[in-house]
Design a protein around this ligand. Structure first.
Ligand code: SAM
Length: 262
């Protein structure tokens, strides 16, 4: 069970890279980048098992299919890599697959990966924790299995106390979520960032506020996947602005400065 990180192959762990090189079979998600798939050895069988929007497949049946495939290949004595975007356990159903393997007696190693929210924060220089400023950071999903937003009541209380929120899978329901935040007393001026395609060559960042983010995203048509960072901390330090002529301070659109030392 291997975390592929957010997309840039250089953000793979050494352990992940080593296992990919010795894989007989790789079952991968839709979000695993082409650059990482290009690292697979020629002889490795590749199976795409990711969810595709609008493919109409039932999620429970899909997960069962994946569990069966993992168990079948493992029982044939193959080195099977289940490659998941980001970190396998971070909103990734990794533990369900580990349990399914344990149930059939297949040994399984879990290799952590850099999760999209952490990578987004670091690459955009948004400090999720800072000395003397906050003592917690929150990770949440913008979706739940039953599509209710009930989990946000507790989240909002922590945000009111200054805890920054990193939100996965929030794009589809963003307008509803933002309305709920503002109706529950969070300030429309609260900084809110959307980071699209974290660590990829076309990574983009929209730095806005709760009151403006929905409109900003409508105008920008950012490509998915997108992760959000919301809170007083969600102010990127030193990112490169796409259009230097813009003078408004709240609705800034940046292309992130992906500075890497060679
Ligand atoms: C099913 S979750 C999987 C999260 C993954 N396990 C992780 O740790 O990053 C999918 C969500 O993760 C976020 N995500 C994953 N990769 C991303 C990337 N490269 N850029 C932006 N968001 C990403 C998006 O919010 C997306 O809707």
């Amino acid at each position: 069970m291997v975390g592929a990180g957010p997309g840039d192959p250089e953000l793979l762990t050494v352990r992940a890279h080593k296992l990919l090189q010795s894989a007989d079979v790789v079952l991968h998600d839709a979000l695993v980048s082409q650059e990482i798939l290009a690292l697979l050895p020629n002889g490795a069988e590749r199976i795409a098992v990711g969810k595709r929007i609008g493919d109409g497949k039932d999620q429970t049946a899909r997960q069962q299919e994946i569990n069966d495939l993992l168990a079948r290949h493992a029982s044939e004595g193959k080195c099977v890599v289940r490659l998941k975007a980001g970190d396998p356990f971070m909103f990734g159903r990794g533990i369900e697959e580990v349990r399914a393997l344990a149930a059939v007696g297949a040994p399984c190693e879990v290799v952590p990966g850099i999760t999209a929210g952490i990578a987004a924060a670091e690459l955009c220089r948004i400090p999720l924790t800072e000395r003397y400023r906050n003592t917690s950071a929150l990770f949440c999903t913008g979706q739940t299995a039953d599509y209710s937003l009930s989990h946000f009541s507790a989240v909002i209380e922590l945000m009111k106390a200054g805890t920054p929120l990193v939100m996965y899978m929030g794009f589809e329901q963003l307008d509803k979520i933002v309305r709920r935040f503002i109706d529950s007393g969070l300030s429309p001026e609260l900084p809110a960032c959307a980071v699209s395609r974290v660590s990829r060559s076309d990574q983009a960042l929209v730095a806005a506020t709760l009151g403006t983010i929905v409109e900003q995203l409508r105008e920008r048509e950012l490509p998915l996947p997108v992760v959000f960072i919301i809170g007083e901390h969600a102010v990127p330090e030193g990112a490169v602005r796409e259009n230097e002529d813009r003078t408004d301070q709240t609705d800034q659109v940046y292309l992130t400065d992906l500075v890497k030392s060679e």
